[in-house]
Design a binder for this molecule. Structure first.
Ligand SMILES: CC(=O)SCCNC(=O)CCNC(=O)[C@H](O)C(C)(C)COP(=O)(O)OP(=O)(O)OC[C@H]1O[C@@H](n2cnc3c(N)ncnc32)[C@H](O)[C@@H]1OP(=O)(O)O
Ligand SMILES: O=CC(=O)O
Ligand SMILES: [Mg+2]
Length: 524
């Protein structure tokens, strides 16, 4: 396997940390201040200080050839088999995920980099335990790689400078850029990134400064990087123009990251009273008015600026064994992609290779020979701040079944995450870190807002604790005692209970979960 931690690569990462680490810490602290202010005032609005940017007439850099048509994007973890499967899938783009779908176990972090290194050089192969051979396709175009590093909040404790951990985002970006930027350009592509969980345009400015520095330092032409920013936090939804503006020489588009967005909405307004309490998470669909407002604003903003509007993930996954499950997944995903294509999105995400043809067919139907919808007239509609935070108009209610589902799926996901698996199919739905974050945040909000369920019962910490016991028993029964004992259910229970019920709300459940991973590493 190629060596990722060469002295030169490590020095490059250290240098990025020395140059930008302090600013990253300041921006994380600024998130807290802003959230506290919104909680106090109950208001979130477009920034008065950047009105000129919103009103201005500017566009982002033109798209490189291999990112002009993004009608179908596969997402997934960067393990060896999935890397090959994703590249071969027929999707135009592959989001190579070091984030939501990946646990930051050190072997995933480094293994993912090694697989990407080999994939870019077209040398990647894999043989499964059953002896199945995997190689890159030669009979059709491989997907363009867009790598997603971790969000700003996670440290990478295996890389330290002067006793301080380096941000996971800097490690992921730094190693990928150092090893691959020149090679990608030589092959007619480029260093392309998805940027997750940004909360402000100042965080986008930090990324832009990192890109400028990295390109300069390695002699890569300025403007080679392309970044697609996930608008997946509620404060970022109020700064879409500003984020594109900060990154305008490197920006490719914005993506409607609906799962983390929902998490962020609940997190931001968790203590703002009953007007901000949402129904069961599975009842909150993309047709809810506040989510319609978000996606319409995203498409409108992108197309005004010559940037791509990328759709998000429908959770349904197909099954090659169960035709009924398969049919349902196809129908649900088709409907989701039809809505997005009709709304003007330029392409969208799928989580599984069998969904690529569905997404392609839907977007082919709308795009025809055009590579995207940038030529479509921009929708002339004003989306107001109040539309983005109108949670009250969301149909549905909090139910006991919804509460139990939050507990069950949260426990199952955290347990898998601790074992190193960040993308999991549960009940034929694709679940990743954002699902568990929504589940536990919703529980926290319901407890702290004395929410009544459909049964008339009030959600209390005691009720949730009892449901945790019930659901763990049911899980034990379904997986069997041996699997249960060999798994991480004890830690999953401790972490999930804490992030769902502790008075002090944890910003991300992956922070205590990462501590548990490190403790287990030390103990072994
Ligand atoms: C909120 C967000 O951020 S969404 C984006 C982040 N999340 C993701 O990207 C999740 C991506 N999806 C996945 O990881 C997977 O589809 C799962 C875990 C949900 C299901 O995976 P599996 O249980 O392997 O599904 P299944 O058995 O049906 O897979 C069939 C084949 O497709 C492959 N496959 C499935 N999903 C993917 C994928 N996303 N990328 C590449 N290959 C895939 C499998 O490796 C398997 O290959 P094989 O036939 O060569 O063995
Ligand atoms: O990353 C995507 C999301 O929906 O969250
Ligand atoms: Mg996300």
């Amino acid at each position: 396997m190629p060596e990722m931690l060469t002295p030169e690569a490590v020095e490059f990462v250290h240098e990025l940390h020395r140059e930008f680490g302090a600013r990253r810490n300041e921006l994380l602290a600024a998130r807290q201040v802003r959230r506290a202010e919104v909680a106090r005032s109950g208001r979130l609005d477009f920034l008065p200080g950047t009105a000129a940017i919103r009103a201005g007439n500017w566009t982002v850099a033109p798209a490189p050839d291999d990112l002009r048509d993004r009608r179908v994007e596969m997402t997934g973890p960067t393990d060896r088999k999935m890397t090959i499967n994703a590249l071969n899938s027929g999707a135009r783009v592959w989001l190579a995920d070091q984030e939501d779908a990946s646990t930051p176990h050190w072997h995933n972090v480094i293994g993912g980099q090694q697989n990407l290194y080999d994939a870019i050089r077209r040398t990647i192969t894999y043989t499964s335990e059953a002896g199945k051979e995997y190689t890159l396709a030669t009979d059709h175009r491989l997907a363009t790689i867009v790598m997603r590093p971790r969000g700003w909040h996670l440290d990478e404790r295996h890389v330290e400078v002067d006793g301080e951990p380096v941000a996971g985002a800097i490690v992921d970006f730094g190693l990928y850029f150092f090893h691959n930027a020149a090679e990608l350009i030589a092959r007619g592509s480029g260093p392309y990134f998805y940027l997750p969980k940004l909360e402000s345009h100042l965080e986008a400015r930090l990324w832009n400064d990192i890109f400028v520095h990295a390109q300069d330092r390695l002699g890569i032409p300025q403007g080679s990087v392309r970044a697609t920013v996930l608008i997946e936090t509620i404060p970022a939804a109020f700064e879409m123009d500003e984020i594109l503006y900060e990154l305008r020489d490197h920006a490719s588009g914005l993506n409607a990251g609906r799962w983390d967005y929902l998490f962020s909405v609940i997190k931001y307004f968790r203590d703002s009273g009953p007007d901000f309490v949402l129904p069961d998470r599975n009842a909150v669909t993309m047709t809810a008015p506040f989510l319609r407002a978000y996606t319409r604003l995203l498409v409108q903003t992108c197309h005004r600026r010559g940037a791509f509007a990328m759709g998000g993930m429908a959770a349904f996954i197909p099954s090659r064994k169960d035709p009924e499950v398969n049919e349902l997944a196809f129908a649900k995903v088709r409907a989701d992609k039809q809505r997005e294509a009709g709304d003007g999105f330029d392409g969208s995400w799928v989580a599984h290779p069998d969904l690529v043809p569905i997404c392609r067919e839907v977007f082919d139907g709308v795009l025809g020979d055009r590579p995207n919808q940038l030529d479509k007239p921009v929708e002339d509609v004003v989306i107001a701040a109040a539309d983005l935070i109108d949670l009250r108009s969301t149909p549905g209610e909090p139910t006991e079944a919804g509460l139990r589902n939050n507990v069950r799926v949260g426990l199952l996901y955290v347990e898998a995450w601790l074992r190193g698996n960040g993308a999991v199919g549960i009940d034929n739905l694709m679940e990743d870190a954002a699902t568990a974050e929504i589940a536990r945040s919703q529980i926290w909000q319901w407890v702290h807002n004395q929410v009544k369920l459909d049964t008339g019962e009030q959600v209390t910490a005691g009720l949730v604790e009892q449901i945790i016991v019930d659901e763990l028993e049911a899980i034990l029964e379904s997986v069997g005692a041996d699997t249960f004992r060999a798994g991480q259910f004890g830690s999953a229970r401790r972490i999930f209970t804490d992030v769902a019920l502790a008075d002090t709300y944890a910003d991300f459940l992956t922070l205590p979960a990462y501590d548990a991973v490190l403790e287990a590493e030390c103990a072994s």
